[in-house]
Design a protein around this ligand. Sequence first.
Ligand SMILES: Cc1ncc(COP(=O)(O)O)c(C=O)c1O
Length: 493
Amino acid sequence: MDSSKLLRAFPNEQSLGTGTRPYVNHAVAFKKKYTASKRIKKLAEVGWNVFFCPSEYVTGCDMLSDSGTTAMTNEQWAALHLGDEAYGSNRGYFLLAEKIRDIWGEAFFNPDARKPNAFIFHQGRPGEDALFTEIGKLGSGMQIPSNGHFDTTEANIRANRITAVNLFSRELMANEDTPFKGDIDIARLKILLEKSHKKIPLIYLTITNNTGGGQPVSMANIRETSRLAHRYNIPLFFDAGRFAENAWFIKHRENGYMGKSIRAIVREMFSHVDGCTVSFKKDGLGNMGGGIFLREGGLFMKRYPHIPDGLMNNQILSEGHPTYGGLTGRDIMALVVGLEQVVTDEYLDHRVGQVAYLGNRMTELGLPMLTPFGGHAVYLDMNKFFDDTDKKASDFGGIAFAALLLGLYGHRVSELGNFAFGSYDKKTKKETFPEVNFVRFAIPRLRYERQDLDAVADAAKALYENRRLIPNVKVMYGKELSLRHFKARFELR
Ligand SMILES: Cc1ncc(COP(=O)(O)O)c(C=O)c1O
């Protein structure tokens, strides 16, 4: 029988709806079975802070972070065995150099140790620490603007007495349903540059914008930011952890990119910047890894020719020889393969589709979600969630929601709102609260199936339907501390 006849006679596979995942399970890990009462007992022991709950008690989905939580592919596990644990110049270092040159551009990794422009670290933040320590030495009163600094990036900037300026897009602030809410606000950037360009050593674009709900940045915004930055002789950097997810959004949402490959879009994105810091625990598909990469011949290298040496000294003092940067040879091999696999359409269609699936499912169930959905997480709006109840900001409903989602239903998520971004002044006893108040459901890469996501959505709905029964939170320890959500202990009352 000829195949075209068959294909015409039956409905095609796309029309059947869901389709299968683009991968199969090769090895699986069975979870422990704990009842809700055991989980609740454990949570009470650790002061209801979900970060301190032993992970084996997370019997549902662990959505605390998408960072370093990737299930690795067969090819990555196989590559681990080829890890070369030499102290100097392991084989993986050169393969990583080739891969970065191939995917981001030739200018981003020069393996010649006499002219270093690529600095690997064991994760993103020690790289940030090294970079801002060097920049901090340039002078006082400096400012680094961004479309949205990640919390550790901001903390590392501040630690070096530099002001971190967040220029979130107007659409993000107004919660409008637009395709590139992660953009930097160009109008405000222009004003800042006119007034203070002499005090700006660097401009940052976080792709995708994690603090801004995982929202993407458009190519038009990258291009315009680069033009403006360069007009004032200021280098532009990416915080590049989710570069591949960002490229997927450009392909699918921005005019003129649908016909281009993800690789071509990534190349174009990187053609506009002078360097980046990166955590490979996201789109490196790695469980560890990070770095700083400077464009050879780019504005950063031209303006600050002494900084690469400072970065290398920092690597040697804190991470070991620059050719392994605090990573085992095995880790590096896994990254080399991960970077190759992350820029494929089949991976990214599934990845971003899975995030949208959870967001849509929760919306269908009536939960107030931030839209459009980003690339790595969905965000539940806790102000709207408790809108018709008597919960006050100081009752920290998001903390109680996260604690009950884990205690009652076994799923772990993080509060990123009144507690995480609020503060308490011990002297004045004054509390401040942020404008946005979310709980984040971050989806680990390649880890969960649709059935798991459905269970998370159903559990969140059960809490929503019973929102008036959700207790208030009393902070027993850590209210006045910085980064207090990582450290605090609570009681539910
Ligand atoms: C946008 C962004 N920048 C930087 C970092 C820091 O990276 P790491 O966790 O590898 O230190 C993160 C981590 O979540 C992030 O999301």
